[in-house]
Design a protein around this ligand. Sequence first.
Ligand code: GTP
Ligand code: MG
Length: 192
Amino acid sequence: MKITSTEFLKSALKEADWPHDSTPEVAFLGRSNVGKSSLMNSLLGVRGLARASSTPGRTQLLNFFLINGRFRFVDLPGYGYAKAPKAIKAEWSQAAEDYLAKREQLVLSIHIVDSRHEPSKQDLQLHEWLVHHHKPHLIVATKSDKLSNNELRQNTERIARIFRTDRVLIYSATKKRGREELWGAIEKSLKS
Ligand code: GTP
Ligand code: MG
């Protein structure tokens, strides 16, 4: 994919404030700090685009980016951030859940996990929800540069086993590993 333009559109929480046109969307989801913004930036080949919109206080919002004027990336709020107040946590998950459940423009959910760690209970819940609701999704294990090949193989197998899937895409934002493969999957979803 050749990136010709990337544009931050808006941050929004409620459905009424999400973009209204039918442009297809790819959503990025996962735990807080898992590497969502870094992954989006490395895919797009820009620094700080995703982060630019997620200043503290706005991190609970959904961030919409227009790519090549043709499709959108949506950075969903990360879950499992222990320090967030309860009320904010509830609102976070509600907004993300609303988005996943209702959004007709959504063509692919990219579920990001840390290749070093066992998936959390929330990771599993999210995965089961996506499967149950027949939402096209892809599991990406990022920060792979932090592991040896052997550790990476073992951990990827464990992640696949826990999620009961045969496809876990290995990624590294710093090394840009997995970038072509992930773009391939995104392009396929945009076409179908
Ligand atoms: P929140 O928006 O706060 O939920 O975090 P996030 O999921 O967007 O994570 P972010 O991209 O901000 O990355 C968190 C930390 O992990 C940062 O210090 C990144 O530099 C680091 N990081 C992200 N991806 C990678 C990677 O592939 N390799 C390495 N070595 N570090 C990474
Ligand atoms: Mg982020």
